[in-house]
Design a protein. Structure first.
Length: 449
């Protein structure tokens, strides 16, 4: 019982500590959503030049999009004539950061680390984009229309409502599940791992040092010290785990901070915050189909190599910053009125997000056709990993089949279109243009038998 209490106490401490910064980040993300619309991003980044590569990385850094949420943006860029270089830069830089995750990083790991994380996102995005551009010998894609759809100009009140809805409703729904998981993991790490268990000494520094001596490279090795061996071991281990897993930029911060508090080098934490959010197995598969295996190899290879390089550079430049903000303040500091109020507000927003998700899930069976011969089409969509993906697929199918009822289930990947819809090929093509893969869904239930 005492162990459970300690886990809950540490978890609550992490949650309350990040709440003010996370709420501020959500609000700023909502403002960016209104001030920097998708059409503007697509219009200004369409192209194939090296300057567009830098622009794509710079624009992507503050946007609050995960590694799967960038798929529709990348698809739009491709249709606007963007080459593989700018698209790759956008895919690499955007998921690593966002205004919300940058603020949370500052809260837990300090300003130097947060700034270096932004630099790492920019460097990896630009280098990866330039490499992809250098290897891109494909003919230019004929750009689509660059004209924004005419619409009613929004007033200030409408813009504020739209910003609040995106930042404090939709964005919270996107990160709610992973945020809770990340905070819980941080609480478990803080409770179960003994202090210093992830220090370079424990991670193989002395072992690598002995190898260097036995192989006659001790002179070169001594210039760096035994600590470098432990750092390399930890960074390689981190990148192997981080590349295939899915974790959003914000939810990864408390996990990294908890690991640092147990002795893991800050450079290894940087590797985790670069490689974890920027990649996942599902996204890699989708990108391979959309951009080709060569571009995806550049995409993954750049993230792996440069995340480790940036981690080592951080350790070299800073020379060890001592205890980060998380262990020095959040782990031992008390709850202030600001963090307390922010924690309650964030808990309410998360509870609302889970409630809305449950209501949507329970409401889906009600849309089943009442007549056995009612028009119905079902697709199996792959590449979706969050509610943001599900919404993009639903929007694409509704646009392709106006007047129908479209419902997409994230867990099973099944998309149901009720009503008179165009051909299945048209529906599949709509999903493909949105950046995902689709095929006719196999029958379920009795029909399958």
């Amino acid at each position: 019982m005492a162990l459970v209490t300690e886990i809950l106490r540490n978890t609550a401490g992490v949650f309350v500590a990040m709440a003010p910064y996370l709420l501020l980040g959500f609000a700023l993300a909502g403002a960016l959503y209104v001030l920097v619309p998708r059409a503007w991003v697509v219009r200004h980044l369409g192209g194939r030049g090296w300057l567009q590569v830098v622009q794509a990385a710079l624009v992507g850094i503050p946007l609050p999009l995960c590694s799967c949420g960038v798929i529709p943006f990348a698809s739009s860029l491709r249709k606007q004539g963007a080459g593989r270089g700018p698209i790759t830069a956008f895919l690499i830089a955007t998921p690593q950061t966002g205004v919300d995750s940058i603020l949370v990083t500052y809260s837990f790991l300090g300003l130097p680390f947060a700034l270096f994380r932004v630099v790492a996102a920019l460097v990896t995005g630009v280098v990866g984009g330039w490499l992809a551009a250098a290897l891109d010998h494909s003919p230019p894609v004929e750009p689509g229309s660059r004209q924004e759809q005419a619409g009613v100009a929004l007033g200030l009140a409408d813009k504020v409502r739209l910003a609040v809805r995106f930042g404090l409703v939709e964005l919270v729904q996107d990160v709610a599940g992973w945020l809770v998981v990340g905070v819980l993991i941080a609480g478990l790490i803080g409770t179960l791992l003994p202090p210093g268990s992830l220090s370079p000494e424990k991670l193989g520094g002395q072992f690598v040092s002995m190898i260097a001596v036995s192989t006659g490279t001790s002179t070169v090795y001594s210039a760096f010290g035994w600590k470098l061996g432990g750092q390399l071991v930890s960074m390689i281990a981190v990148v192997v785990v981080a590349v295939p897993m899915y974790v959003c930029a914000t939810a990864s911060v408390p996990i990294a901070a908890a690991l640092v508090a147990k002795g893991m080098p800050l450079g290894a934490a940087l590797v985790f915050l670069v490689a974890g959010p920027a990649t996942n197995a599902a996204t890699i598969a989708v990108f391979a189909k959309a951009l080709g295996k060569r571009t995806v190899a550049v995409y993954v290879g750049t993230i792996v190599a440069l995340s480790i390089a940036m981690g080592l550079l951080f350790e070299t430049v800073t020379g060890g910053l001592g205890l980060p903000a998380y262990s020095a303040h959040h782990q031992h500091g008390g709850v202030t009125w600001l963090t307390g109020v922010a924690g309650v507000l964030l808990a309410v927003l998360l509870a609302r997000a889970f409630h809305q998700r449950m209501r949507a899930r329970l409401a889906r069976p009600e849309v089943a056709p009442t007549a056995p011969d009612a028009p119905r089409a079902e697709l199996l969509v792959t590449g979706m990993t969050c509610d943001n993906c599900r919404r993009h697929v639903e929007e694409a199918l509704r646009a392709a089949a106006p007047g129908t009822s479209v419902h997409v289930d994230l867990e099973s990947g099944r998309a149901c279109i009720l009503g008179t819809a165009p051909s299945v090929d048209t529906l599949v093509q709509a999903v493909t243009k949105a950046g995902y893969r689709a095929e006719v869904a196999p029958p379920t239930g009795a029909a399958a038998a």
